[in-house]
Design a protein around this ligand. Sequence first.
Ligand code: DC
Length: 215
Amino acid sequence: MDRLNIITIDGPAGAGKSTVSKELARRLGYTYLDTGAMYRAVAWAARQKGVDVGDEKALSELCNDLKLGFQGDRVLVNGEDVSSFIRTPEMDGLSSAVSRVAVVREYLTGMQRELGRQGRLVAEGRDMGTVVFPQAAHKFFLTASAGERAKRRKMQMENQGEEVAYEEILAQIEARDLADSTRAIAPLQASPDCIIIDSSDLTVEDVLEKVVTEI
Ligand code: DC
């Protein structure tokens, strides 16, 4: 892997990573890699097959049989477009649960590194700068206060015609932050050599400007 070809963007749920990473990739002509979608796809496949997230052996078999693909913005599992099924509150929780399992992380980390070998990548996730691409040339950690992230999520849901109480969203965000940052393997954390950007009081354009300036 050529370290100069990889830009990593890690951070907690709802910090604006996807918006920023996608747009950054577009501007630089890089490929955007949404690793959260990969964990979501495994979670979805597990639920389809009735595999328990505590059953490592079954999850290992599931991963071995899984054909995971991307087509532009779409996520494919064994040829089926699952993009809309993996973005539900249920999959928020289930993806976080499967992401704790060693065999799942090994499987997806391998795939991610392989994609990294193929070309220029903006890799978004929780452990891109710490575990998957520690030698990446440019590493960012995008964060925002839990309150601000809950506010943004609520607005996003309202735009999709869903009404959920702010307190409920905040509680879910805090629970997932805790689960993701305290798990044993590859927990969510800022690598010592990354640039931390707090987007609480920044627009998407402000964040992009900071990132592009750093690069
Ligand atoms: O970014 P996201 O919300 O789509 O990610 C869903 C879950 O997947 C998240 O709660 C933790 C897990 N994840 C991970 O463990 N490592 C990554 N690199 C990306 C996501």
